[in-house]
Design a protein around this ligand. Sequence first.
Ligand code: HEM
Length: 486
Amino acid sequence: MDLLHRALLTAVGALSLFYALVKISLGYWKRRGILHEKPKFFWGNIKGVVGGKRHLQDALQVIYAKYKGRAPFVGFFACLKPFVLVLDLELVRHILVTHAGNFTTRGLYSNDGSEPLSGNLLQLDGHKWRALHAQSTGVFTPANINKLLPRIVLISRGVQRSLGKERLQTLNINELVDSYNLDVVASMAFGLSADHTEFRLWTQSYWGKFSLWRAYLALEFPLLAQLLNHKSYAVSAMAYFQKVVLGQLQEQRRRDRQPLQTFLQLYSNMDQPLDDVQIAAQAFGFVLAGLVPLNATLSFCLHELARQPELQDRVRAEIRKTLEQHSGQLTTEGLKELLYTKQVLNETLRLHTPYPFLLRRATKEFELPGSVFVIARGNNVLIPTAAIHRDPAIYEEPLRFDPDRFETEAKRTRPAMSFLPFGDGLRGCIAAQFVEQELLVGLVTLLQYHRYTPCSKTAIPLEYDNGRLLLMPKTGIHLNVERVDN
Ligand code: HEM
């Protein structure tokens, strides 16, 4: 047999093997006899998502709308990986709350041995997550969050300075809110003061040369990835973040007692403190889990308020009245009185849910009470929160931005688990209360003396960036910004 023949036979053999493996993988739901969306060869049910033609959220919403009401969950494939897509709010409650013990794992890749900063709460699973979670809940207590408020208020004055004194200007809102959120994270999670230029650069480049395929393989074969020493982030970025935190912790220990101002202090003051590198991993968690959704939420919120001036005026009036009643100071009590502003924030999180889905992996088999449905051990489970938030059976005219949906009475009429921007239960967002406080302070500062209106560059309708898993605007949100002193 000549060389060409052999090469041809090998190629045919390899292709046949590949074809058989794909077919076996995509036959998973059929073999289990579970209702599922018919997969396309290799891409499963996310064709167009990998190439950036549509957002994963769109693909999920289509499947959710097609199957809701027919079963508590439906099977689908992200490429070759089978997923449970949850359709029923009672099942959501079981997974997140009542049977959360069966679903404590998220299944993200972490290798804290060779990449220590991946040992953060978002990425860890199993006993490491459990121990860290138990310690971290002592940091994010309501009392601690309240104590951090004066520092956030101080940082927010930088926004006033960025807005300047001009009567009318056109601004890229993403840049404006990014500078506020970045200052908060740099200062409160990393202990940095003043100049955040270098910090900003690393927050923009820590993914390094991101390879979707390598990330996919790490998710699919984590043990192999660990063996091959796969790293999720740029080594230089991780070295920078770690160096900053270790330096700040040393500095902190040299100084006398300081007023409580940062998460670094909270982490190092715990009864059983984490070691310094573990603290650095939690600081990096703020960048990883927090920066994009914080920026997206404030940008989306101003975009919606610019389109509905009467709502914006109502928020501004509430902010001014509250400040007046608290001698111009933003206090914890004052924040509690910003009821309508909070409704506006919640409506933003509903309509533009930054984390459009929640992930869990079943660590034990789960039989739905009173039914024949079983989620098998090892199944990856996806809760499509953004699709739930846009379900017309739960939210009438779901694409309309209407903060009245979050009035106390209106909220009471909706079922439990129908609003989950921060997830829920054991693995819900640990920082939710801090986030709400930080976003409210941001809105107070942005809206107190400034009015936002659409300009010729404002993208209507708003488009999401299909290249990201989280929901964020595709292009900058440009708005006219007018100073309104009274
Ligand atoms: C608008 C801003 C934010 C939103 C909408 C948000 C939302 C979420 C959501 C949906 C989850 C997954 C919850 C689940 O699976 O049930 C999550 C997890 C998490 N978030 Fe946030 N988040 C925000 C900002 C932040 C910030 C600033 C931090 C800073 C520390 C943070 C820290 C975390 C952590 C550590 C987890 C993982 C918790 C665990 O697995 O135990 N988030 N967040």
